[in-house]
Design a binder for this molecule. Structure first.
Ligand code: NAP
Length: 324
């Protein structure tokens, strides 16, 4: 496993980060334990979750992914300083006006809930899950700054911010001397490039913001399991995902898969591994947040650790995905 410094923080994170969104959604608790065991054994020291994971799954109240991680850390006796834990706040967690968002009232209760569920004293990276148009950024940054001073969070980051929102947040932190967002968690992968590459990438490079893209396999689309003219495999996430369903009828998306397949075959690896190697070739990326329902899936992603693409491979994949 390779490790990269996360932006301006002094954290050395594995270049693959394990995402917990699938825990008790598309994977069982047992599978989550097996995946965490295998990831940690392979050198992954960086886990990403959110308080809302996975509230949308039938029977889940939200917070279950944090609980599973906390129980796993305790049961395995993993020293707190051996793992870098990132979680997020913003989604609805309880009823009422303060039950969601990035207001002081929401964050102050949500952080205590996250700490309790993960059975920890501090969060390494506490992230705004998405912008909150109803709360001034100064209010959010002020409460995050307080949490850092109180030792409840070490660093803060944001996710799903556009370049204007990120710049405004950075300016606000600088103007009123508050902690700044040191990381960005964007939606970014081979078939979803523009949103990050067009503007955000330059801001992150200039400001030395750690970049931790989510869904680097686009929820499984880039693994090769979805094929032209063939039904969606049973139980695959794509069965309930409109974007994946659409791409199965989109010539550009299928053309990208057609190009990815021979590149990976020539490299002697799976499409999953090559799609992640494409991501890790971008020097602005600190760590790619992968998802895996089981150890077999995880192993294909782990095979990308330490890998990058040759210039000709990258040029080819960049050119066929230029529209994305
Ligand atoms: N900030 C945000 O708004 C946000 C949003 C989304 C995710 N995230 C973070 O990013 C993490 C990863 O997201 P993601 O799960 O969408 O990542 P992903 O790596 O793009 O997709 C993972 C999914 O792809 C499929 N898959 C993975 N490896 C495979 C393989 N070798 N063969 C076949 N299928 C395979 C599995 O789905 P199936 O088997 O079910 O098809 C798996 O659950 C999340 O856990 C979360 O921490 C953040």
């Amino acid at each position: 496993m390779n490790y990269r410094i996360l932006g301006c923080t002094n954290l050395r994170v594995s270049e693959l980060c394990l995402g917990a969104m699938t825990f008790r959604w598309t994977s069982t608790e047992d599978e989550a334990y097996q995946v965490m065991d295998a990831a940690f054994a392979a050198g992954i020291n960086f886990f990403d979750t959110a308080d809302v994971y996975s509230r949308w799954a039938p029977g889940n109240p939200g917070g279950v992914a944090e609980e599973i991680i906390g129980a796993w850390l305790k049961r395995r006796g993993i020293p707190r300083d051996q793992i870098i834990l990132a979680t997020k706040v913003r989604g609805r967690m309880w009823d009422g006006p303060d039950g969601e968002g990035l207001s002081r009232a929401h964050i102050l209760r949500a952080v205590e809930d996250s700490l309790r569920r993960m059975q920890i004293e501090y969060i390494d990276l506490y992230q705004s899950h998405a912008p909150d148009e109803n709360t001034p950024q100064a209010e959010t940054l002020r409460v995050f700054d307080d949490l850092i001073k109180q030792g409840k969070a070490r660093f803060i980051g944001c996710s799903n911010f556009n370049a204007t929102q990120l710049r405004e947040a950075l300016d606000t932190s600088a103007q009123i001397q508050l902690a700044r967002y040191d990381t960005l968690q964007p939606h970014y992968n081979l078939i979803w490039r523009g949103e990050f590459e067009n503007e955000l990438q330059a801001v992150c490079a200039r400001e030395n913001i750690g970049v931790i893209p989510y869904s680097p396999l686009q929820g499984g689309f880039l693994t090769g399991k979805y094929k032209r003219g063939q039904p969606i495999p049973a139980k695959a996430r794509g069965a309930n995902n409109d974007r994946i369903k659409q791409w199965l009828h989109d010539e550009r998306a299928l053309h990208l898969l057609d190009a990815l397949q021979p590149v990976s075959a020539q490299r002697g690896e799976s499409m999953t591994t090559t799609a992640l190697a494409w991501m890790l070739t971008n020097p602005v990326v600190s760590s790619a947040i992968i998802g895996a329902n089981n150890v077999a899936q995880l192993n294909e992603s782990l095979a990308a650790a330490g890998k990058t693409l040759r210039a000709a491979e990258k040029e080819l994949l960049d050119s066929v995905s230029e529209w994305s």
